[in-house]
Design a protein around this ligand. Structure first.
Ligand code: NAG
Ligand code: NAG
Ligand code: NAG
Ligand code: NAG
Ligand code: NAG
Ligand code: NAG
Ligand code: NAG
Ligand code: NAG
Ligand code: NAG
Ligand code: NAG
Ligand code: NAG
Ligand code: NAG
Length: 296
């Protein structure tokens, strides 16, 4: 089998001083199931063709792929004394993007993102890792939070991160506050897929990730990453998204006047309102229906 999978694995290491969190039954129990102290989101890319069946985590094909990757990736982290397990949350297209998590207990110090990145990139796998696309994010989870707060800090060098916020039509449900719920996962996949469709036109585009969904109707807080060397301006990004919504490339019922893009200097670009056309109204209705279908 030829491997051309892009697997972004997102590893989340958060500090969890809470005892007794349920040890979830995941694929690997090879190490310990003691309380998790550190959690990392890891995204990595595998140079292989994405098969649509990989979108369905219950598919046999997908389970086979998932187990294979989990076994191999767990092996490279096993030398870390406090490593607990590696799990895959989902695969995404592009070639194959893997979103996963790494768990560590408190028997050793918190591993550094640089160390974790290097370990993965040096791994000897049966699949081809696109090492320059590996991204590890540290997420801090505080005990006070009921829903998971993902305060993403991107540590990869040479990456420009923009904060993107917009409002779209739709009924906010409480489970969207919990980014690990099935509703939030489904909506994340859909929204990221639509945004990829427009941002990939920028050569330096790397990825979009969702920080959170908020009520009113549905407010999306996202991060958009580009290679720093040729990153677009916040204004260009806001315009590209607004144009994408107006011409139907982005099938999301976004109110274009609510689009805000903030760059690393804190400069915020708002897309200046343009009169809605009949065509835009049609796209919005279709996008609204599509979104309702995604959200059941
Ligand atoms: C783990 O799996 C067992 C059997 O499949 C189940 O009884 C148990 O509730 C599961 N534990 C958790 C924390 O999901
Ligand atoms: C992992 O779980 C399986 C099934 O529950 C069990 O047979 C196996 O012994 C466990 N392995 C370890 C190392 O605990
Ligand atoms: C793992 O968790 C189970 C259930 O909570 C417990 O019975 C078992 O002793 C734990 N294993 C280890 C190695 O901590
Ligand atoms: C990815 O796979 C394709 C097809 O096998 C190959 O041509 C290409 O060089 C690979 N890219 C990398 C970065 O390995
Ligand atoms: C995707 O997987 C299905 C199920 O195994 C298979 O029938 C199909 O040929 C695959 N498609 C591609 C493009 O590999
Ligand atoms: C998946 O694999 C299991 C075990 O190999 C088999 O029993 C089941 O029928 C398969 N499911 C599908 C949809 O192929
Ligand atoms: C990761 O950190 C451990 C402990 O500090 C160290 O022994 C190991 O060499 C580091 N690995 C890499 C690849 O930097
Ligand atoms: C990678 O793993 C394969 C198979 O286990 C082995 O034959 C090969 O020597 C390893 N390569 C390196 C550089 O460790
Ligand atoms: C990553 O490497 C691949 C192949 O070596 C290259 O085509 C691609 O442009 C690189 N991407 C970045 C962001 O450097
Ligand atoms: C929101 O819910 C109301 C009442 O359940 C329903 O009439 C409306 O169509 C829903 N809107 C969307 C966008 O799903
Ligand atoms: C998420 O998507 C899966 C697969 O399409 C579906 O079975 C599930 O019901 C969805 N969950 C929610 C909360 O919409
Ligand atoms: C982007 O959003 C994150 C999370 O809300 C925040 O910590 C960060 O400061 C923001 N960055 C900019 C440039 O506004």
């Amino acid at each position: 089998m030829e491997w051309r999978i892009i697997v972004p694995v997102l590893c989340l290491i958060g500090f969890l001083p809470v005892p007794g969190n349920a040890a979830d039954n995941s694929t690997t129990n090879s190490t310990t199931n003691s309380t998790t102290a550190f959690e990392f989101n890891i995204v990595f890319h595998i140079n292989d063709t994405f098969n649509e069946t990989y979108s369905n985590m219950a598919d046999n094909n997908t389970i086979t792929l998932k187990n294979k990757i989990i076994t191999e990736v767990s092996q490279v982290y096993t030398p870390l004394k406090n490593f607990q397990r590696f799990d895959i949350l989902q695969f995404r297209n592009g070639s194959i993007v893997v979103d996963g998590k790494l768990y560590f207990n408190s028997s050793d110090s918190k591993p550094s993102v640089a160390n974790l990145t290097q370990i993965l990139n040096n791994g000897n796998f049966t699949f081809k890792l696109l090492t320059n696309l590996t991204s590890i994010t540290e997420v801090t989870t505080t005990a006070a939070n009921t829903s998971t707060t993902t305060q993403a800090v991107t540590t990869s060098a040479g990456i420009a991160v923009y904060n993107l916020t917009f409002k779209m039509t739709g009924n906010f449900t409480n489970d969207l506050s919990n980014m690990s719920s099935s509703a939030a996962t489904n909506l994340t996949n859909f929204v990221v897929g639509q945004l990829d469709g427009v941002f990939k036109n920028f050569k330096s585009y790397k990825r979009t990730f969702i920080r959170q969904f908020r009520n009113g109707s549905i407010i999306v807080d996202a991060g958009v990453e580009f290679d720093k060397v040729s990153s677009p301006s916040a204004t260009e990004l806001a315009k590209a998204l607004a144009d994408g919504v107006r011409n139907g490339v982005v099938k999301l019922p976004i109110d274009t006047q609510t689009i805000q893009v903030t760059d690393s200097t804190g400069f915020t670009a708002n897309k200046s309102p343009v009169l809605a056309s009949m065509l835009t109204a049609l796209w919005m209705t279709l996008a609204s229906l599509l979104l309702s279908a995604v959200m059941h």
